[in-house]
Design a protein around this ligand. Sequence first.
Ligand code: WT7
Length: 650
Amino acid sequence: MTETADHRDSYPPSAEFAASANADAALYERASADREAFWAEQASRLHWHQPWDQVLDWSDAPVAKWFAGGRLNVAYNCVDRHVLDGHGDQVAIHWEGEPGDSRAITYRELLAEVSRAANYLTELGLAAGDRVAIYMPMVPEAVVAMLACARLGLTHSVVFAGFSPTALRQRVDDASARLIITTDGQWRRGKAAPLKEAVDEALFANGDVPHSVEHVLVVRRTEIEVPWTEGRDLWWHETVAQASPEHEAQPFDAEHPLFILYTSGTTGKPKGILHTSGGYLTQTSYTHHNVFDHKAGQDVYWCTADIGWVTGHSYIVYGPLSNRATQVVYEGTPNFPDEHRHWQIVEKYGVSIYYTAPTLVRTFMKWGREIPAAHDLSSIRLLGSVGEPINPEAWRWYRDVIGAGAVPIVDTWWQTETGSIMISPLPGVTATKPGAAMAPLPGISALVVDEEGKPVQRGETEANGYLVLDQPWPSMLRGIWGDMERYRATYWERYAEQGWYFAGDGAKLDADGDLWVLGRVDDVMNVSGHRISTAEVESALVGHSGVAEAAVVGASDETTGQGIVAFVILTAEAKDTGTALVDELKAEVAREISPIARPREIHVVPELPKTRSGKIMRRLLRDVAEGRELGDTSTLVDPNVFEAIRATKA
Ligand code: WT7
């Protein structure tokens, strides 16, 4: 360890961990010696019904074909082959329900359930290429539904069960889903909240505007009463559960669409990120094996994400199951019935690998170390972080309090678009630093460059560095559903000359050349690791009759990373309604989008700061929201608006 500020705080792996780690330093060498051979080697960890002819076909850039000509079945790889290999009795999922009920599901049982679902979806007339929307809480059937789709070549679109009927309808329409799979309700802090009702609302949302949905398949979870449309609506327990548990998986092309997952962009319309099969599974499987050092049959793995986000797709469903993991899936929140819940679960199942988001780590810090200290967490041997930059203080607390001051932390940078982890330490190799994602994984290439594409030098920490990916990778998105032009414009236009993917994140290289991801540089906010666009919230606000104009920014927040701060101009009629309206507006955003998008603050202002071209100066609003001195206001039409805005904040 040297004395430089960057180095002082460096945590090398223990000799013991390194000695038995899945990954060693040679992995980097092998990957850089021959990238394609390296990825072929990783793909060979899967079962292919038919091998590929070409590892990478980049001739149609920016749409990649990986393992072209190869054929595989994703669900077969995640389930069948483990049973055929003699591991049918191994628990795949230790499911823990919010009210305290639980279920252990072995790989053999998982195979039977997925097969039943596949048989029934086939009976419904669904065929490869059709889209299915999945709008479910964290119940085992959600995983079964995803795998059944994968098994049949149906493209799933999972919609987070916290999203509103409007958001669901938008996604169902965009993908023309033929089926929605949902539950009657979901447990929320001891209460059953309706969910099927939201589906009905979504399908009636636009009055009689026709939709693509033929059936709604409903899993009974809470026994809450549900509205029912005879002929259209079907109970899972009366259909899927009665179907045959035998089903033979057919292979699909490596580039067959596996799923669409909507994520926020810089406009109000979410982007349907499209992922395909062979390359996606190769990289999720490879990263889960090496980054988490996962050992099949020994580890108990727990990723606390929801299947509504990409982390749930890649690191609850496809990555872990392809590696024959035994994992915990938990339905509820971390503080129900109290703040001990996660640590009780760790103790109960002997969780050895725990993967969560910085916002939760900061919440645990707030609750106090006595809570985890009341539990035996000695089974934990690796911790992971994802979703936003983890501040060094939270990193150290995570390692000290949850990791007994000894276990490696992997800070994993990736996106919905990248499909899998891209930049992360390798736990048996990398000497980690609190707050740094460190380096691209073997087989992955990333650069930190300036506006012109010139590489930013190490130690140049004041520079505005942008993170770009300069080489295609197996689990990269293959486009935006129904809008390939937007795909090119969003990710490939900025550095078109160089042919690089623009990630939308700021980054720097420290004096040692280690990579730090600094957060979004576009109009996308990151609230508790959830991506929300400023435009989406603005559009929800102006949808209210009392609002004439709205501008939204993400302001730094001690717990959630960023908090949503809105500035609104009211209509003349609404001007006297006062604070009641602010609460009403917050509720409106929560209703229109999701409770996760509820603004932290709403300020009623007389005017918004605009440039002469009419663009709202969000940078200046961020300064106001964070209580900073104002930046350059010279391009504003009327610099005085700030006096008025500040007055409303005081
Ligand atoms: C954005 C992607 C990746 C799954 C969850 C979020 C931010 C993600 C890190 C990290 C710093 C991170 C980035 C990225 N982000 N991981 N380890 N360090 N920032 O997926 O919703 O697609 O969001 O999350 O800003 O662009 P997502």
